[in-house]
Design a protein around this ligand. Structure first.
Ligand code: KG4
Ligand code: ZN
Length: 340
């Protein structure tokens, strides 16, 4: 079956056609991602009103391109899916309404996908990972550890009690005068920095629940930066390296706790999957690699273009749902908040 998926929950206007075989095999026939990042860069973050308008401007073109690239036509599509949330509500409405209109006009099933479910199931699209697996979802809006037991069966083991991890990278980048989005900039600056120069706190380490906390760490970076201002390039590199090291230490400790929890409840996971934009961070991937070897769990990290927001993950989650007959009515409401 072929599913067209649409993603507009944040600052990417994206559409994709994915094919799912009866045996669960997957093929991405097209994957068009139009980033609005340049439109938001001047503001140091995503401006919701600008995002909504940019989605409206781009959505028709992006969907048409996804169908053209896949060398297919809406009549050959078996279902149309869209991320119905969580996310910036103006953007969500644009993608959801477009998908509903296409499904209605073409007489195809409609699928309302949770954006987080899209991230959660990507490892099955890219690597055919079997259930159950442990998912570390780290993006600009979310930081969660989830037990993925099946399509629609997600158990949250831990989450952030304040900022998301990507959000903390973005805020640190902003206060150090680096560009937006901050994650890649902080990682780049950290490469030449000394991670032992500043001994930043490692929040939550040792706690029994695998939750995250980033607010105190971000504040510690700000206080240190203010103390040594004006900042040289060396200072910025050392601050970034020390911040990144603290985040990674915390994440690895939290994943370790979640793995133990997972094993106690569901047995040995088929994989440790990392997803979301922060999964692009090479130092984090390296740490997870070492830890997964230690725990003898396979680490699955989707390719970079499928780590960030994209249409293929929404199309794939739609295909997985469609295969189970889990279609949605056309009056499904968009949702700004929608925990898995
Ligand atoms: O999944 P994503 O594309 O969008 C959301 O759903 O949020 O994630 C974007 C987030 C941003 O906060 C960005 O700064 C962060 O992922 N990010 C990174 C890296 N690349 C992107 N954080 C740390 N290191 C990176 N290399
Ligand atoms: Zn996302």
């Amino acid at each position: 079956m072929r599913v067209l998926g649409i993603e507009t929950t944040c600052d990417e206007t994206a559409a994709s056609v994915v094919e799912r075989g009866e045996d669960g095999s997957a093929r991405i026939l097209s994957n068009v991602v139009l980033s609005q990042v340049k439109k938001h860069a001047a503001y140091g973050g995503v401006v919701p009103e600008i995002a909504s308008r940019a989605h409206i401007d781009a959505i028709d073109r992006v969907v048409a391109q996804a169908l053209t690239d896949a060398e297919t036509d809406i009549s050959d599509i078996d279902g149309v899916s869209a991320a119905a949330g969580p996310g910036l509500i103006g953007g969500v409405i644009v993608g959801l309404t477009t998908a509903k209109a296409l499904a209605f006009a073409a007489g195809k099933p409609f699928l309302a996908v949770n954006h987080l479910e899209g991230h959660a199931l990507t490892a099955r699209l890219t690597d055919g990972v079997e259930f159950p697996y442990l998912l570390l979802l780290v993006s600009g809006g979310h930081s969660q550890l989830l037990a993925v037991e099946g399509v629609g069966k997600y158990r949250r083991l831990g989450t952030t009690i304040d900022d998301a991890i990507g959000e903390a990278f973005d805020k640190v980048a902003k206060l150090l005068g680096l560009g937006y989005p901050g994650g890649p900039q902080v990682e780049k600056a950290a490469e030449s920095g000394d991670s032992s120069r500043f001994n930043f706190p490692r929040p939550m380490i040792g706690r029994a629940e695998p939750n995250f906390s980033l607010a105190g760490l971000k504040t510690a970076v700000r206080i240190e930066a203010e103390k040594i201002a004006p900042l040289s390039d060396r200072d910025i590199a050392d601050l970034c390296a020390s911040f990144q090291a603290a985040v990674i230490d915390m994440v690895l400790d939290r994943v370790r706790v979640a793995l133990q929890m997972f094993k106690a409840q569901f047995g040995h996971p088929s994989a440790l999957v990392v997803a979301g934009g922060v999964a692009a961070n090479a130092a984090l991937r390296g740490g997870l690699e070492r830890m997964s070897e230690h725990f003898r769990v396979k680490l699955v990290a989707p390719p970079l273009d499928l780590c960030g927001d994209n249409g293929a993950m929404i199309a794939w989650a739609g295909a997985e749902r469609l295969a189970l007959g889990l279609t949605d009515p056309l009056d499904t409401a968009p949702r700004a908040r929608w925990p898995l």
